[in-house]
Design a protein around this ligand. Structure first.
Ligand SMILES: Cc1ncc(COP(=O)(O)O)c(C=O)c1O
Length: 390
């Protein structure tokens, strides 16, 4: 039995057949079971911010596992208290702000939906077309893609979608019944599509005026991915709620909800819960990730800006979007065969849309590695016809 047969026989068929069987990672590199090495430019989809097997993370996880791995939320632990303190400090949150620790991006958004419904009971939620907020039923109800939503309708919650960037549509949708507006500062799954700073600022003003919470989903963009801790701070807005996950644990599953000011007190005792959320293993790992990632954020911004300039000059590239190390390379041909050829050449990327390749590499990536990819992309685009089918 091949590993592909093994996988297909025993795991739910929701992800298709995996591209490779990976057995080991170190820094920005991973190896498959045949010993082939790949430069991991996707980082587990914007997760492995420090690459693989980072020594600080390995040490923190091992230390905590040997000290105290899990306690129920009837108890707290030093890493949990310290992580909450660090996250609030990094969020520049006003006094009274608080943190909820969870396990994933979807769970963070589920929790934010509950905050919204406590803020304005039975209120509607406004989300943006092309948005991705997760696959659990509440988060799915805010996710735009019909193929993801339709098999599960009717979904919970009353949601109105508006086109991103259209202020008139937002103004009309934000009536007095709206509990919250959910936005991503950069729509990652939509193909790394940044929202205008002016739009985000207007969204902040309108939600204030109409009494709706502004929830910023930083699941993909947070934890330094754009060269700043959060992507939304570039627009100089202060949200009511921020959700995060992915990069925060550097590969260990953890998510967080930050309630700014009064939003932190919307859920009372017994109104929410989680067994694993914020357990000592997750919190200690996230603390190690935060400590090691923060000094790299200047590099993330600089490398990303330089790399985007290089990628723009590759024949066949029509646009390069993104900030820091969250990048989409829009090409003049189907992206699937290009992604496959890049993988065969030793580069892990993702065909995030039918015509775009996404890069979300570890922050430890260096210029030489980035440049090697640029050359590989040029070579692949030189070999694959623009008319190739996906
Ligand atoms: C912006 C955004 N929100 C939420 C999610 C869902 O996160 P998770 O897969 O951890 O549930 C994702 C995952 O891709 C995301 O990109």
């Amino acid at each position: 039995m091949t590993w592909q047969d093994d996988y297909t026989a025993r795991l739910f068929g929701i992800f298709g057949v995996p591209l490779r069987l990976l057995v080991r990672g170190e820094g920005p590199w991973v190896w498959d079971e045949s010993g082939n090495r790949y430069l991991d430019l996707l980082g587990g989809i914007a997760v492995n911010v420090l690459g693989h097997a980072h020594p600080d993370v390995v040490a923190a996880l091992g230390r905590q596992a040997a000290t105290l791995g899990h306690v129920s939320n009837f108890f707290t632990s030093p890493p949990q208290l310290e992580l909450a303190r660090r996250l609030l400090e990094l969020s520049d949150a006003p006094p009274g702000s608080k943190v909820l620790l969870v396990n994933s991006g979807s769970e963070a958004n589920e929790s934010a939906i509950k905050l919204a419904l406590r803020h304005r009971p039975r209120g509607r939620i406004v989300a943006l077309e092309s948005a991705f907020h997760g696959r659990t039923l509440g988060a799915l109800s805010l996710t735009w893609k019909p193929a993801y939503r339709e098999p599960f309708e009717p979904l919970p919650g009353r949601v109105t979608f508006v086109p991103p960037g259209d202020l008139n549509a937002l103004d009309a949708a934000l009536d007095g019944e709206v509990a919250a507006l959910f936005v991503e500062a950069i729509q990652g799954e939509a193909g790394v599509r940044p929202l205008d700073a002016a739009y985000l600022r207007a969204a902040r003003t309108l939600t204030h005026e109409r009494g709706a919470l502004l929830v910023v989903d930083e699941v993909q963009t947070g934890a330094g991915r754009t060269g700043e801790w959060f992507a939304h701070t570039a627009a100089r807005i202060v949200p009511d709620v921020v959700t995060m996950a992915k990069g925060l644990g550097g590969g260990f599953p953890i998510g967080a909800v930050i309630g700014y000011g009064p939003a932190a007190d919307l859920l009372g005792p017994g109104q929410h819960g989680t067994t694993f959320g914020g357990n000592p293993l997750a919190a200690a790992t996230a603390l190690a990730v935060v400590d090691a990632a923060l000094p790299l954020l200047g590099h993330v911004g600089e490398l990303g800006a330089w790399w985007r300039g290089e990628l723009e000059r590759v024949p066949g590239v029509v646009e390069v979007r993104g900030r820091g190390l969250l990048i989409a390379v829009e090409i003049d041909r189907p992206s699937a065969p290009v992604q496959r050829a890049l993988l065969d050449a030793g580069y892990i990327t993702n065909n995030v849309t039918p015509t775009a390749i996404r890069l979300a590499p570890p922050y430890i990536l260096d210029r030489e590695q980035a440049a090697a990819f640029t050359s590989a992309l040029a070579a692949v685009l030189g070999q694959i016809e623009p008319t190739a089918t996906a």
